[in-house]
Design a protein around this ligand. Structure first.
Ligand SMILES: Cc1cc2nc3c(=O)[nH]c(=O)nc-3n(C[C@H](O)[C@H](O)[C@H](O)COP(=O)(O)O)c2cc1C
Length: 169
């Protein structure tokens, strides 16, 4: 699958089939995340990797999507590091490109994925800090989960000519 096919083939999967991912596959996904660009190459992120995802069910009160994450083969919490980026300048962007790279790498390896958003200071945000004992200055930005598709989804072409402004708005 080439890069453009991975990009257009990536879709949020909300049902996963049981499957064990290999260490090589997990490593390839993590490596793809770390190959993302970042402002001034600060790389202000840490990645928490989980292959036993049953514990996510405990957080479904804070975020219903956690029930889906619990059925995935792999979840990765993308954590922003304020120490590397005290003004927060580009912190979210830097972490987001890491996340997107990992979703696309997973697609290339034959896996589907879901990005579960973490709203700043939400109950979910606070419960992630608590669950993973994140020290001051480490902010959960996104929870990604990966696995084999458990349902069929069809690709949608989202290209919209009206959103493209050639030279003037
Ligand atoms: C920042 C962000 C937060 C998201 N949060 C959630 C979420 O909490 N639960 C969920 O089911 N999907 C979540 N999604 C997935 C979006 O709903 C999904 O990307 C969008 O509907 C487009 O569908 P697609 O991913 O299949 O192209 C999130 C996506 C992004 C980028």
């Amino acid at each position: 699958m080439d890069a453009l096919e991975c990009i257009s083939g990536r879709m949020s999967m909300r049902k996963f089939a049981p499957h064990e991912m290999s260490q090589e596959e997990i490593h390839a996904i993590l490596k793809a995340g770390m190959e993302a660009p970042s402002a001034m190459n600060r790389r202000p992120y840490e990645l928490i990797v989980n292959t036993d995802n049953a514990f996510w069910v405990e957080m479904k009160k804070e975020k219903p999507t956690c029930e889906i994450i619990a059925t995935s083969s792999l979840s990765i919490v993308v954590v922003g590091d304020e120490n590397k980026n005290p003004t927060h300048e580009f912190l979210i962007e830097d972490c987001s490109v890491v996340a997107e790279n990992m979703l696309l790498a997973a697609k290339a390896l034959g896996y589907d994925s879901l990005w579960a958003g973490v709203k700043f200071d939400s109950e979910f945000y606070l419960s992630l800090i608590d669950r993973f004992n994140l020290p001051n200055g480490f902010m959960p930005i996104a929870v990604l989960c990966f696995g084999k598709a458990g349902s069929n989804k069809t690709q949608v072409d989202r290209y919209e000519e009206k959103k493209v402004h050639w030279g003037k708005f």
